[in-house]
Design a protein around this ligand. Structure first.
Ligand code: NAD
Length: 499
């Protein structure tokens, strides 16, 4: 792509110090080799800015700083660490609009429907961990007279956190909150496609934490992510991203018996029972189906309910309404306040999404709404309209793989056993959505679906405090809750005293 520099400076405030890309010991530095990477606006296909791109040498420097800061940081009272997280959360709230505009420009996620709520959610996550982290408690054990035994929750050391571009701000907040709250120090690597809003948060944190406690390395997965995952002094890697890269990270950590949390992809089912389509309930069910599919995030969500199964007795009325409502969504520039849906992140992802659509059409899928989008060369911005397919076979790629685009496959079902078998017929098990007003059905179905997060008659995002993580190949470990932080970011130390 021939990338022009965008005239967005009037519309967004790009990070200034953080343009160097590297935050080490509370100082913004340029990468040792002076490499840079371009951050682009996918709605306009223009360059926003160039930032520093780290490699192994820079990662080593960041890990060294984080290792040096660890002994003092871990000894601080957890509530004192928490107070700093609350302060960072408050700073994010105070600067939310500026961060949200940068996020919308770089990620393509529409400002009103996605980017603004994400930034406000990130501030909430930081304040949640800031408050709750004082609960980093151990246990006492009744081992009988003469023996007193207790456990403490010890931080692991340096955490390397690697995040994707699709919801970078809230994921950065989750990693910062859990790692720093529990007394670990952190080296955070944002995604190369959308690092700027995370850098803005890091700018707000500069000088807030003691030097070396919170470090940032920007750069590509190969040059910065891989050395971070493989570094022998990184005690734990918290990775959120694709299954493919998650496997590489898992291998790198296993080689040194390190700790890892892997939050990976999904191909989540959404099941509609007839009682959710009565005149009283059908509108909220239809809204739920569209929200579950994350159409307003171009379908670029790990929890997208991208396999829709509607009972055949209500198929016509539900699908007619779903299609009509999806067609009302306005696709456009992510910074435009009136856009419901923004743009796909990059030319590469856009081409991949287009290939899924083309292949399904060639296989004979019936298109209920949408069309094959223009090629990368023809597209002015990466805006595929939402596509809903039916007449698909569960063996097709579009039904099995994570499209990570606005592509929904929908099938009618009649047999309860069969739909549950379809729902579980995936290597993934991240999320699932069930629409029914019968409590017995809800309990039975949620019990039988293998997924980390099931929602009944709801299709919203994660809420701080809930345990969130995938089953099957959607990941290992859970985050978002205090329990998740304690399990994933601390180890138990047992002390047994002969009194
Ligand atoms: P990705 O796996 O391509 O990249 C994620 C991060 O890993 C980026 O920072 C990238 O630079 C880095 N990376 C790439 N190669 C690496 C390597 N060899 N070693 C170490 N790091 C490397 O994923 P993406 O395209 O940025 O994000 C989309 C994926 O993330 C989807 O699969 C989505 O489902 C998943 N995701 C999961 C969750 C969750 O909570 N489970 C949340 C958001 C996104």
């Amino acid at each position: 792509m021939n990338s022009m520099t965008d005239n967005v400076s009037a519309e967004i405030v790009v990070p200034k110090a953080g343009i160097t890309g590297l935050l080490i010991n509370n100082e913004w530095r340029t990468p040792a080799k002076g490499k840079t990477l371009d951050v682009e606006n996918p709605s306009r296909r223009t360059k926003i800015v160039s930032i520093g791109a780290s490699d192994e040498e820079d990662v080593k420097a960041a890990v060294t700083a984080a290792s040096a800061a660890f002994p003092a940081w871990r000894r601080l009272a957890s509530r004192a660490r928490g107070a700093l997280l609350i302060e960072l959360g408050n700073r994010v709230t105070a600067n939310a609009e500026e961060i949200a505009r940068v996020l919308a420009a770089e990620s393509g996620n529409a400002l009103r429907t996605q980017s603004r709520p994400e930034v406000l959610g990130a501030a909430e996550v930081l304040r949640y961990y800031g408050g709750v982290i004082a609960e980093q408690k151990g246990e006492t054990l009744p081992l009988g007279p003469g023996l007193f035994s207790y456990t403490t929750r010890e931080p692991l050391g340096v955490v390397g956190a690697i995040i994707p571009w699709n919801s970078p701000v809230v994921l950065a907040a989750v990693k910062i909150g859990m790692a720093l709250g529990t007394g670990n120090t952190l080296v955070l690597k944002p995604a190369e496609d959308a690092p700027l809003a995370v850098i803005k948060i890091a700018e707000l944190a500069t000088g807030l934490f003691p030097a070396g406690v919170f470090n940032v390395v920007t750069g590509t997965g190969i040059d910065a992510g891989a050395p971070l995952a493989a570094h022998p002094n990184v005690a734990k890697v918290s990775f959120t991203g694709s299954l493919e890269v998650g496997k590489l990270v898992g291998h790198a950590v296993a080689d040194r018996i390190g700790h890892a949390t892997l939050e990976l992809g999904g191909k989540s089912p959404c099941i509609v029972y007839p009682d959710a389509a009565t005149p009283e309930h059908i509108d909220s069910t239809v809204t739920g189906i569209i929200n579950a599919m994350r159409f307003a995030r171009q379908g670029q969500s790990c929890t997208a309910g991208s396999r829709l199964y509607v009972h055949e007795s209500v198929w016509d009325q539900v699908m007619t309404k779903v299609v009509a409502k999806v067609k009302e969504l306005k696709i456009g520039d992510s910074l435009d306040e009136s856009s419901d849906i923004g743009a796909i992140i990059s030319a590469e992802r856009y081409s991949e999404v287009r290939a899924f659509i083309e292949e399904a059409i060639n296989n004979g899928a019936k298109v209920l709404t949408g069309a094959l989008p223009p090629t990368v060369e023809e597209a002015k911005g990466f805006f595929p309209e939402p596509v809903i397919f039916t007449g698909v076979d569960n063996s097709w790629r579009v039904c099995r793989e994570e499209v990570f685009g606005p592509v929904l496959v929908a099938l009618p079902w009649k047999d309860d056993e069969e739909v549950l078998q379809w729902a579980n017929d995936s290597v993934y098990g991240l999320a699932a959505y069930v629409f029914t007003n019968d409590l017995t059905t809800a309990l039975r179905v949620t019990e039988q679906i293998d997924a980390g997060w099931l929602q009944v008659n709801r299709a919203g995002g994660q809420i701080p405090g809930m345990s969130y993580g995938g089953a099957k190949q959607s990941g290992i470990g859970a985050e978002y809750s205090i329990e998740g932080a304690l399990e994933a970011y601390t180890s138990r130390k047992s002390v047994t005293i002969n009194v």
